[in-house]
Design a protein around this ligand. Sequence first.
Ligand code: NAD
Length: 298
Amino acid sequence: MNFKNVTVAGSGVLGYQIAFQAAFYGFNVTVYDISDEILEKAKTKFNILSEAFKKGLNATQKQLNVAFKNLNYTSDLSAALKNADLLIEAVPENLKIKIDFYQKVSKVAPEKTVFATNSSSLLPSKLAKKTGRPEKFIALHFANEIWKHNTGEVMKHPETSAEVFNAVIDFAKAIGMVALPIHKEQPGYIVNSLLMPLLSSALELWVNKISDIKTIDKTWMVATGAPMGPFGIMDVVGITTVYNINKIAADSTKSSIKIKISKKLKKEYVDKGKLGIVSGKGFYAYPDPAFEKKNFLK
Ligand code: NAD
């Protein structure tokens, strides 16, 4: 399997980053979205992104010109898939939308096209049947700010063929990702399976008044050499997302600690607009958070 033509469906937060990354690394990319107006917006976002590539990757104007040349746009699904070797799906995280998308795409994509979902929380086996080609279906999960946080989690479901698994791993490497093979389905892949327990434990230590935010982060940083602690990480993720995850867990499990955590996050942070880096204030104040100061680890 040799991928050349890549179609990215959905040009939202993640989709346009994936498309640009693949175009930058020389693939012929077609960006598909539901309307031409949305695609016009994507074009302006690519210009902003190219500046980040200059700063973050020292990309030259010549390289960026090639990336722009490799990008094509269409809101016609059949045209988008016409000669696709690989489809990367980054449509909204909603089961109904994804099922509807795969039902449509399975009818128009050529037999050769491999389908990869970037879904963060829906296991590929939930969608596999709808694709009409379960052996050519897989998850390829990127992180936000893909050019900087370049993890490519490649996760099989029970029916994915070994050939497809290997080809997608090679593709992830070819677009500058650190490819992370995942042999069995796992909610949260590897990154979030590691991260979520850390963040939950930090929140519990705080809410149970075992220690304070700075001491908890300092402990983690000194003990492991990490550049930031769990509360620093939550400022990056965004406190709204952290709150939403805890609120869903509180509502579904009725766990008293999750209820306490979600109430405290809402009252002391979300309602006050302290949302993390995005709002300039969260557990720390930005752009110079305390944990980056010289004496923090003393
Ligand atoms: P988003 O809402 O920003 O973008 C979704 C895009 O899909 C929009 O441009 C929308 O117009 C388009 N769309 C809607 N219906 C469509 C359809 N039927 N066909 C084609 N395009 C359609 O969403 P996002 O944050 O980019 O998330 C997309 C996927 O990526 C989700 O599965 C999400 O779990 C995953 N993801 C997101 C992040 C993140 O940080 N945002 C990180 C990793 C993975």
